[in-house]
Write a protein that binds this ligand. Sequence first.
Ligand SMILES: [Zn+2]
Length: 461
Amino acid sequence: MNASIRFLGADRQVTGSKHLVTIGERKVLLDCGMVQGPRRLADRLNHELPFEPGSIDAVVLSHAHIDHSGSLPRLVRLGYEGPIYCTPATADLLAIMLADSAHLQSSDARHLRKRGRAFDPAYEMVDVDRTLRLIQTIDYRTPQEILPGVQVTYLEAGHILGSAQVVLDLQEGGESLRLGFTGDLGRKGTPILRNPDPLPPCEVLITESTYGDRLHPTHVAVEEQLREFLVKRQSQPGRILIPAFSVGRTQNLLWYLGRLLRAGKIAPIDIYVDSPLSNKTTAIVSRHKDLYDPETKAMLDGGHNPFYFEGVHTVTEVEESKALNKLRGGIIISASGMCEGGRILHHLEQTVDRPEDCILMVGYQAEGTLGRKLLEGFETVKIFGEAHLVRCKIEHMDGLSAHADYQELLDHLTPQVGNAKKVFVVHGEENAAMKFVGRLEAAGFQNVEAPLFKESYPLRD
Ligand SMILES: [Zn+2]
């Protein structure tokens, strides 16, 4: 069978997901993610895509996160005119996320130009609009032929709204082969989302490995951690600032806070959600009730909205955001989650030197980010180029991860031992990916590889 796969991103790292599947003459790109990280390298990789854009026949997206979708407008700008497949909820999220990405790039470009440095955005809003016109949606669990001999089935991944595992059924030279791609796999019991669907028997697997070397606390422990933190803080003066990713994390926090409030486990508190992207995302999540897990559906049936409840304030205007500077209590949830941009920076500027205030870190903080520095207890940090003494309290909570840990990944994949002839481990830092390769081998898998950037493999030997 003449079919191969080439790994073009998220290889022993976590950003820039791109995997190119070639079946005879047909080429399908699985994900088209943007590379995030040190600017110079990221810029180069995001400008020069590692393949000929016009040679692709179809793009199949797993989910809307920018590290899986953010290079689509670049692909279109460079000449791609074919279909882009995704689930309907992913299509809704893409519209706001790609626009946000274009907007961030143009404001970066303006900012850098002022400092005398040139920066050419990878794309602009006009490219985003052209990209959105190429989108074709496929519902979950509904096989669809996208090219002769190439069928796509989306299965729930439980990672963010609309996220999917991708099953490709390929026909070539009278033979058939099934490839399963986990995309980013969520955790069972994640608020709002359904649990990941099991994969059907697959001959080739591509699995993520973000936490190939880590275990998470249970969800019950997360809710209890949050309750304990809030009960303790509510007896003290000062406000709580939570940097949170706009997609997923913000909605999950609201979901937990609503539950704690309704159960009377914490005292009433004002919660300000101050991020345009977060608030747009929450509006999309609240439209897709069909995708909720049974617990969240029951919440709705009981007359409780998981995101908009007493005490929640949606902040939109800049003036309203500035007015929060006067706030001396309550919770502000803002983005970006790693404190690298967005309104959170203005709130941090107002918060870090106030001993009575507290910053609650709830997400992964990549090396070099302001969030990481706060988490690691730096005594001074730079915000908008100015040094600030850190005098507020910094607390940390884990377990809110949107990615399965290694045991959850293994539980998901081990039913495939015996079916899978090849396993490719992607989307994990070097250490996590290599440890997970070892764990898969120990579980009985053969031909397990963590491919390097631009490596190709036949799908069948
Ligand atoms: Zn993701």
